[in-house]
Design a protein around this ligand. Structure first.
Ligand code: ATP
Length: 247
């Protein structure tokens, strides 16, 4: 079955501080309704790739110096992060970044897109609570006093408040117990199936990512060294040896 390409990253190079070449020609495609995983070890360039797509490199003194990035055929390299949000592209940053002193509900409301009507905001909030019942229970708690899993859910929930069609999810498993990681991924899968949200997720937890993604890209030192359907990668001997810890 042929699906439309939502995100087309074509041979991008990224340089930090005008000298450090971190991405050396990365290409990847994410189809409409897909869950694509960007895999690889520490420092491989996963976060940099997501930041290039959501145009969040500038604050890090990073620049895309070659290649192109297209969203449904439209070049997006020169759009601001907020213009990207308007087009449905939202990034969930690594390390969660909830506002510690705000309640869960206040955090979620910061994600509401400024042009949404009050009715839309209320409907989105209900939808988020529907997917994350834990957040509803904790809606009045200060984020600082909630668990790591709840903060990760809050970060994803906040992204959903902008009614995204493409979510860039950076290391959702980071620092979480395996059972909680599973819970978060189950919700991602649900959002993908029922809300038709497309995901590009960066993960060091190869095992978990390949269980939930439908396609994977393996990044090593700024280059894609392997890609394929998740089930094929999960059964590939090199992937098993180097990334799944089974030799
Ligand atoms: P991690 O899981 O640790 O986040 P990653 O695969 O996401 O790893 P990146 O964060 O994209 O990797 O980093 C890729 C490379 O770019 C690393 O060598 C890192 O040291 C370097 N790098 C990242 N941010 C900057 C920056 N602002 N300035 C200079 N170099 C940077």
């Amino acid at each position: 079955e042929q699906r439309n390409i939502v995100l087309n990253v074509n041979g991008i190079e990224v340089i930090y501080n005008h000298v450090i070449l971190v991405l050396k020609g990365v290409s990847l495609q994410v189809p409409e309704g897909g869950i694509a995983a960007l895999l690889g070890g520490n420092g491989a360039g996963k976060t940099t790739t997501l930041r290039a797509v959501s145009n969040l490199l500038r604050g890090e003194r990073g620049h895309v110096t070659k290649g192109s990035i297209e969203l449904r055929g439209e070049r997006i390299e020169n759009l601001t992060p907020s213009e990207l949000v308007q087009r449905g592209v939202v990034q969930v940053m690594e390390g969660r970044h909830c506002f510690a002193h705000l309640t869960i509900e206040e955090n979620l409301l910061t994600g509401a897109y400024t042009r949404s009507s009050r009715g839309e905001v209320a409907a989105n909030l209900e939808k988020v609570y529907n997917y994350f019942p834990r957040l509803k229970q904790r809606r009045s708690s200060q984020a600082a006093y909630t668990s790591g899993g709840e903060q990760q859910m809050c970060a994803i929930g906040r992204a959903l408040m902008a009614s995204p069609s493409l979510v860039l999810l950076d290391e959702p498993s980071m620092g979480l117990a395996p059972q909680i990681v599973e819970e978060v991924f189950e919700i991602v899968k649900d959002l993908n199936a029922r809300e038709k949200v497309t995901f590009l997720l960066a993960e060091q937890n190869t095992n978990m990512a390949l269980k939930y993604a439908d396609y994977g890209y393996i990044l090593e030192s700024g280059r894609i060294v392997m890609d394929g359907p998740a089930s094929e990668l999960a059964n590939n001997e090199d992937v098993k040896e180097f990334y799944l810890g089974v030799g």
